[in-house]
Design a protein around this ligand. Structure first.
Ligand SMILES: *Cc1c(COP(=O)(O)O)cnc(C)c1O
Length: 461
């Protein structure tokens, strides 16, 4: 036997291993087949290391432990409940809007059972999956017609593809947005088959810039709400009203991509104003699109509203089938939208509206309760004023006053402490400011303080 073979001979046989007590215990919790597959994978890893790394020593105990880790990780859900102490209400990396209770209850009912997704209960024949939620959206926005698709990127794409493929769409250079790391409007336009005609400059676009470019090939005037940035200083933009007036003079429809989409005027609650869908419709936009999981506070979805004739064409587009939403989305969206019917209860019942409007006193009270529980702890804790963000490309440049717990714990840097909090079960996501880990109370639900207390106690041992 050469030395390599000698080294490999240390590796145990799979069938022998199955009698090992440690693995017999593991088999009480997990299927045998999965355990065997993980044993094989780990054996292969060790075999390669034995062959390639002369310093590697095979250790039976750590080998077993690694198998257990592998099996457990295999079963750990990828998406896990996390505590948002980062203070970004529509945190795209944390799933944007948390759903309201009404939406969660509706989901339970529909997920547990069959439903009438495409069944007309009166005739027993095939029905229209859009109908119920569509009527509600029209009621809330004043639009003639509505359609729900996978997300707002899909909505934009479908509108362009249906109305303007092979034709020209005019858009201001100041509105060629990028959202997140993958939605770039010029790319969406290119893929939709429309020819993008850019007008104006980054900071100045007048209505004359659009009208100059209108010709027989023009099929659409596009206005985009620059939801995640603001251009300030020497600026000018053509208003939606001006676009509508010009467009209609030439018989060209106008698209308004409002991105976030507020169903009500948020300034009524002391929040900065975000475009209200109803106002775009009243101003005469032919087609308006927005996301379901930003200020609407529902599931991931793209909502298209506008003229019946145009929506009808979009529905007939084969690609709409590929980008449509599923029954769970319709269910959660409908229940969320219904909350907007009663503004008296909206702020309590709608999760995002509740977070947006939580009074400072209640945030301070919550912070103080957590600090009180940790008064024996060696952690350096301060109550601080701070600013929360709305996020999700809404109210981009605005922030909301908040109360934060700012912590410092000498053995660790702020980055290390933040990592430890993310490694907690459930993970706690914070933000770092002035070398302190800040836990923003605005996005920490009233019943989630206990997780923060437990995590900080655990970290200090
Ligand atoms: C967020 C946003 C989008 C993309 O919406 P998704 O629902 O994330 O696909 C498109 N346009 C604007 C103006 C936005 O704010």
């Amino acid at each position: 036997m050469d030395s390599k073979q000698k080294r490999l001979a240390q590796l145990p046989q799979v069938d022998r291993l199955l009698n090992n007590n440690f693995l017999v215990e593991l088999e009480k919790q997990f299927p045998r087949g999965i355990i065997i597959d993980m044993i094989r994978q780990e054996l292969e890893t060790c075999r390669k290391q034995l062959l390639n790394d002369p310093t590697f020593e095979f250790q039976f105990d750590s080998f077993l432990q690694e198998i257990k880790n592998k099996v457990q990780n295999f079963y750990k859900p990828n998406l896990r409940r996390s505590i948002n102490a980062a203070g970004i209400i529509l945190h795209t990396n944390m799933g944007r809007a948390p759903l309201s209770l009404a939406a969660r209850q509706a989901l339970q009912e529909v997920a547990d059972n069959y439903c009438n997704l495409e069944l007309d209960l009166a005739s027993g024949k095939r029905g229209n999956r859009y109908q119920q939620v569509e009527a509600l959206i029209c009621y809330l926005t004043g639009a003639e017609s509505a359609l729900v698709v996978n997300n707002n990127a899909a909505a934009t794409f479908l509108i362009l593809n249906t109305i303007s493929s092979g034709k020209e769409s005019i858009i201001s250079r100041g509105e060629l947005i990028t959202i997140g790391d993958s939605f770039r409007l010029p790319e969406i336009m290119r893929h939709s088959g429309t020819k993008m005609v850019e007008v104006g400059t980054t900071n100045q676009t007048m209505i004359a810039d659009y009208t100059e470019k209108i010709n027989a090939e023009t099929a659409l005037l596009v206005k985009v709400h620059t939801s995640n940035y603001k251009i300030t200083g020497f600026t000018a933009e053509a208003s939606l009203k001006e676009l509508v007036e010009s467009g209609h003079k030439f018989g060209i429809p106008v698209l308004h991509d409002v991105g976030s989409g507020a169903l009500i005027d948020l300034s009524r609650y002391g929040l900065p104003k975000e475009p209200v869908i109803r106002e775009s419709i009243e101003t005469g936009a032919d087609i308006v699109c927005f996301s379901g999981d930003k200020l609407i506070g529902g599931p991931q979805a793209g909502i298209i509203v506008g003229k019946k004739e145009i929506i009808q064409k979009i529905k007939k587009n084969q690609l709409t089938r590929a980008l449509r939403a599923g029954k769970l989305t319709y269910t959660a969206l409908e229940a969320t939208l219904r909350l907007f019917l009663d503004e008296k209860t909206l702020l309590q019942k709608h999760a995002v509206m509740h977070l947006l409007t939580r009074p400072l006193e209640s945030l301070e009270q919550q912070a103080k309760e957590i600090i009180q529980e940790l008064k024996q702890s060696p952690i350096d804790i301060e109550l601080q004023d701070g600013l929360s963000e709305v996020g999700g490309g809404s109210l981009a440049t605005e922030s909301l006053p908040t109360k934060m717990i700012a912590v410092k714990y000498e053995p660790f840097s702020a980055e290390q402490l933040a990592l430890k909090l993310r490694e907690n079960h459930p993970p706690i996501v914070s933000r770092i400011q002035n070398d302190r880990v800040c836990l923003d109370m605005r996005t920490v639900r009233e019943d989630e303080g206990k997780f923060i207390i437990d995590a900080l106690k655990k970290i200090t041992g």
